[in-house]
Structures are given as C-alpha cells and as structure tokens.
Write a protein that binds this ligand. Structure first.
Ligand code: BTN
Length: 241
C-alpha cells in the first residue's frame, strides 16, 4: 500500500477522485489520494465530513478485494477499523470502535470515520475505495460529539508519522483478511467494540434498554433487548442514545 501516493492541497472529496480513477481504469491497487482540504468531504449516510484544512488526515485508498463476496463486504470495514484503532490507541487511551466503523471515545466523542465505497463487477467486488477521515490536531469543532487526538491527549501529532503507521497497519490487516484471518479479525473487532455487552439505551423507533451481543455475517448489529428479544439492525435502523 502507498507506493503510489497522490498528495493534494485541495479537492472536493478524495473518495470521489479515487472512484473517478477506478471508473477511468487508471487505478492501481494500493494507490492513495490524500488531501489537506476537502470542499465536499462525504461521510456515511449522506452526511458531510467536515475537517479543518491542514490539521487532520483525509485520504482514500484503492484496493481490489476480489477475494471477498459482496455479502462479505463488512469484513473489510472490520479490518480497516481495527487497523486504525490499533494505531490511534497507542496515542490516546480509551478509544473504541463504534459500530459500524467510527473511532470513538466514550466522553470525548467521535474522532474518525470510514467510508467504504465499492465498484461491483460481474465477479463480485471489483474495486474498493476506502475513505478515511481522522481528526488529529484540530482543536475546535462546530458540531457537538466530534473530537480529535489532540483533544484526547493534549498533544500535537506529526500527521505524516501517523499516516505512515496507518498505512503499515492497514496493509497488515488487509493481508490478514486476504489470507483467511477473518474470524480472528471479527473477534478482535468485537473485543474493541463500543458498549459491547453493556446495558445501554438505544432507539429503533422507540427507546429501549439492551446489550450489544455481536454482529451478523453481513455486519448487522445484534442487540438483545431487556425483555430477551434479539434484533438485527442495519445502518440506519438503530441509534445509540
Ligand atoms: C463517516 O461518516 O464517519 C465517514 C467519514 C469518512 C470521511 C473520509 S475523509 C476522506 C474520504 N473522502 C470523503 O469524501 N470521505 C472520506
């Protein structure tokens, strides 16, 4: 990963640029587009991704996980979130992976997110664009519930050092996924999952108390309600309160 790095000062969205390269068939596996500023950064569920220019990391990696069936896409989310978690957790304690793939701190909030977009061909996932947004040195946030490594630790970080470690960790986890380490990755994901096993409030149309007990093969969140019923939730179907 990262033999080919395109480094920009500004673009609309590194995910959009990466996808354009995929569509134009000029994308090599492992290439990375990184930008100091995005004017139209995108998040999950159609949200915007806001990030102060020059303070954080916003980049996209192009991969070809043709060994994954489209029903196994979530395993890529798992590998990527774990790789990021491992690197950031060395800098700031108490970080968790919040389902599906946020980097989250219980009291400080969200410090990073992942947006994976696939191009599906006749034989399954043809290309995967892995978009990563991490708040590193940003101090002030317009939206509540967002934070950064700086706010967690009081330290400023060398972003290129963090970037280098991230690429190494991502490559390792990607190879692990490729070589059949899926179950191991799933188990580590569960181990670092925010609120796993704890009795907490959620909302799925109505408020309820329940415990996260796992994830399904396709990555749905399994929550056992207080009354014993177990539900599987897709991305937009449950809110953490
Ligand atoms: C989320 O909603 O949590 C996912 C955020 C993903 C943001 C990154 S920043 C680099 C890449 N380019 C984008 O437009 N989005 C992703």
């Amino acid at each position: 990963l990262g033999k080919d790095i395109i480094s920009l000062t500004e673009c609309h969205s590194t995910n959009d640029l990466a996808m354009e390269r995929v569509k134009a068939k000029v994308a090599a596996e492992g290439s990375i587009i990184i930008s100091e500023k995005q004017t139209k950064g995108r998040g999950q569920r159609g949200n915007q991704w806001q990030s102060e220019a020059g303070k954080n990391l916003t980049f996209s990696i192009i991969l070809r996980p043709d060994f994954l069936d489209p029903t196994e896409q979530f395993d890529m989310n798992i590998a990527v979130s774990l790789a990021i978690w491992e690197v950031l957790n060395d800098y700031a304690n108490g970080l968790k992976v919040k389902w599906p793939n946020d980097l989250y701190h219980e009291s400080e909030g969200k410090i990073g997110g992942i947006l994976i977009e696939n191009s599906i061909g006749s034989r399954g996932i043809d290309f995967s664009v892995i978009g990563i947004g991490l708040n590193i040195n940003q101090k002030d946030f317009a939206i509540s519930g967002a934070s950064s490594l700086y706010n967690l630790s009081g330290l400023e970080f060398d972003r290129w050092e963090v970037f280098k470690l991230l690429i190494q960790a991502l490559e390792k986890k990607y190879m692990m996924l490729k070589k059949g380490g899926r179950e191991f990755l799933r188990a580590s994901y569960i181990q670092n999952l925010y609120q796993f096993g704890e009795l907490k409030s959620y909302e799925d149309g109505e408020k309820f108390l329940g415990r996260i007990t796992g994830i399904t093969q396709e990555g749905k969140l399994i929550i056992e309600k207080e009354n014993g019923t177990k539900n599987h939730y897709g991305f937009k179907e449950v809110t953490f309160l």
